[in-house]
Write a protein that binds this ligand. Structure first.
Ligand code: NAD
Length: 261
């Protein structure tokens, strides 16, 4: 596995869950890491933990839907850590509801975090990567829902499919600058985002929480297992460390076989 010694990574939504584990694994592999999150206390706590591993790490307050905060946040990372080599656009939320009950406000909120957030963070990082001329790696946190649909998740499925389109455009535009773009598509991972959904889906579908896990979330996996934050972080390390444009514009599904390409 490639190491990331001396590289600078920005991981959005890394105060918790999948993003936090990616930040830890990047630091274990020598990267200096900026934790960009709405939750500044959580971001700073993660950064403090990472500095104990002997790398530089900072917490940055960032709402990925706020153009000014994203631009200022990326500038501040470049000032403090010297560059940006890797972006993991990971911040996300989930809201479940059947389409006929989905409020337009919730639709727009979810699309803003997943799609606008990916665009704004990509644009800010690309500007720095292009100016510096040393290439880079952009990784989007997609989902099995980038490939497949589920009931109750209209904006999430729409947004996650959209990230594959964005990655393909960034792959084409970024190639001349040595910038690669790829998407990781995890199955269900036990994080706060999923723990919140279990009772909500049970209520909406009229089944028990245990049935939501076994009959909805893990039903189509090959072994009834959750994907783990370690599984997803290993994929992120692979994409981050891959050294050429041979691997760009791709999406990899890590889901215990729930979805097979
Ligand atoms: P999580 O709730 O544990 O963490 C999400 C983080 O994003 C939190 O720290 C939160 O503060 C941050 N965040 C939310 N809105 C933000 C905003 N506007 N700006 C900046 N930060 C913001 O969730 P997770 O499960 O670790 O999810 C991370 C990503 O992985 C999401 O994009 C999610 O869609 C994706 N994903 C999760 C699963 C899963 O099963 N958990 C599966 C596939 C994909």
């Amino acid at each position: 596995m490639m190491r990331l010694d001396g590289k600078v990574a920005i991981v959005t939504g890394a105060a918790s869950g999948i993003g936090k584990r990616i930040a830890e694994v990047f630091a274990d592999n020598g990267a200096n890491v900026a934790i960009a999150d709405l939750n500044l206390d959580g971001a700073q706590a993660t950064a403090k933990e990472l500095t104990g591993k002997g790398v530089k790490a900072i917490g940055v307050a960032m709402d990925v839907t706020n153009e000014q905060q994203v631009d200022a946040g990326v500038d501040s990372v470049v000032k403090q850590l010297g560059a940006v080599d890797i972006l993991v656009s990971n911040a996300g939320i989930q809201i479940v509801n059947p389409i006929e009950n989905f409020s337009y406000a919730d639709w727009k909120k979810l699309m803003a975090i997943h799609v606008d957030g990916a665009f704004l963070t990509t644009r800010a990082c690309l500007r720095n990567m292009y100016a510096r001329g040393k290439g880079g790696s952009i990784i989007y946190m997609g989902s099995v829902h980038s490939k497949e649909a589920s009931k109750l998740k209209a904006p999430y499925v729409t947004a996650k499919h959209g990230l594959i389109g964005l990655a393909k455009v960034v792959a084409k535009e970024g190639a001349a600058h040595g910038v690669r773009a790829n998407v990781i598509c995890p199955g269900f991972v036990r994080t706060p985002l999923v723990d919140k959904q279990i009772p909500e889906q049970a209520k909406e579908l009229g089944i028990s929480e245990d049935e939501v896990v076994k009959k909805v979330m893990l039903k189509d996996t090959v072994d009834g297992q959750f994907t783990t934050v370690d599984d997803v972080a290993a994929c992120a390390l692979f994409f981050a460390g891959f050294g050429s444009n041979a691997l760009t514009g791709q999406s990899v599904v890590v889901s215990h076989g729930w979805f097979m390409q």
